[in-house]
Design a protein around this ligand. Structure first.
Ligand SMILES: [Fe+2]
Length: 395
């Protein structure tokens, strides 16, 4: 695809404040929105660690009442969304705040929308989810991981408890109105969630650049995101209190979020989301482990763009053909997985017997249609067989 001649639409919506300490401005912003009562949607660990209070204090200082829905767990289901929507209606809050990783922010978006819409969340599944009632409480997001990019996206991923299947929802009504990207809120994130969410962000930047919906803007943002994330992921893995590295991760994952909000993800996420529903492993772990196998599969068709990705990943591509340079993107991804002590897919659940089912379910994932080449079940089987035979050296 020649991006110079293609027609594009690029969506830039919310107001964004970025930098260490910006979360302290949330009270003034909420008051400016006319809010009197806020509901913070978060997970119990952030209540215990004091991060929720860091956000609640400036809200109270501006005279707002604050309620907390702290039941979000990793890989949240439709049941949490409906419980949260009922809680929101009961409290009468006029502002919903998604505070946490992608799970909390995705839940917050769906809670705000489902409090105003009839029926069950599952009936709205899809890339163009149509919610009849577009009125909802104001929505603010604050990420406490550097990963999902959910803070900026008009997307949510929620597991259907009945099918153990991750549903994707895409709608402008899911997009927050205001975002605080504050690296201080990520400082206490433990090592494993740090690298799993960071690898999710890195993959999202790469996937958005390879997607059939890529634009010159998403490629530009994606390349810088890949550079920031790949340079700093090993640093925050070994030194979690390095604020400069955490800041670079925050901006990198935010940029990756902008990239996928317009360009979407591809078959890496289709596979990882499918396996997440089956194996209940962290999303970023599965994404990271799928990434090199999908890149290997795409190498023959996308080597020019992958060569640029390899350079952004820090590979020395001087003097190489684009194909040889592109191969280094896969080498670099595997190096980063090793540096951050990622296991193999077989160690987190992948079994030969499951491959036909995973391939079939991945075909139905919304990310499959954005893959740069048309995917078949046989293609997914080939990628999964490559993962099954993985011999990436471990540290
Ligand atoms: Fe993701």
């Amino acid at each position: 695809m020649n991006l110079a001649y293609a027609k594009h639409m690029f969506v830039l919506g919310p107001t964004v404040e970025y930098g260490p300490g910006v979360h302290k401005n949330i009270g003034a912003v909420a008051k400016g929105l006319g809010s009197t009562k806020a509901l913070i949607v978060t997970d119990p660990n952030l209540v215990k660690s004091g991060v929720v209070e860091k956000v609640a204090a400036p809200l109270r200082a501006e005279g707002l009442q604050v309620e907390v829905f702290e039941k979000v767990v990793s890989e949240p289901t439709d049941l949490f969304v409906h419980e949260g929507a009922e809680f929101l209606k009961k409290t009468g809050a006029d502002l919903v705040i998604g505070l946490g990783g992608g799970s909390a922010m995705d839940c917050a978006k769906c809670i705000a929308v489902m409090a105003e819409n009839e029926g069950h969340l599952t009936q709205y599944e899809g890339a163009a989810a149509e919610f009849p009632n577009d009125k909802k409480a104001a929505l603010i997001t604050l990420p406490t991981t550097s990963g999902s990019g959910a803070e900026i996206a008009g997307w949510s991923v929620i597991t259907d408890s009945a099918r153990s299947y991750k549903m994707s929802f895409g709608s402008p009504y899911l997009e927050p109105g205001y975002v605080f990207v504050d690296p201080e809120l990520t400082l206490e994130l433990p090592r494993k969630p740090t690298v799993y969410s960071g690898m999710d962000a890195l993959s999202q930047a790469i996937e958005g650049m390879l997607s059939v919906r890529r634009t010159p803007i998403s490629v530009a943002l994606g390349l810088y995101a890949v550079k920031l994330l790949s340079e700093n992921l090993p640093k925050v893995y070994s030194h979690g209190w390095d604020l400069e590295a955490r800041s670079n991760m925050s901006i990198g994952s935010f940029l990756a979020g902008i990239v996928i909000n317009t360009s979407g993800c591809i078959s890496v996420h289709a596979l990882a989301e499918t396996m997440g529903g089956l194996y209940h492993q962290p999303h970023g772990l599965l994404v990271g482990l799928c990434l090199p196998h999908v890149l290997e599969f795409l190498l023959p068709g996308d080597h020019e763009l992958l060569a640029q990705v390899a350079t952004a990943l820090g590979a020395n591509t001087a003097g190489l053909s684009t194909f040889e340079a592109a191969k280094l993107a896969i080498v670099r991804v595997n190096q980063i997985l090793d540096e951050c002590d990622f296991p193999f897919l077989t160690q987190v659940g992948l079994k030969a017997d499951d491959i036909p089912q995973i391939a079939q379910l991945a075909m139905g994932n919304v990310c499959t249609s954005d893959n740069p080449c048309t995917m078949t079940e046989a293609d997914y089987v080939a990628i999964l067989n490559s993962a099954l035979a993985d011999n990436r050296p471990l540290n």
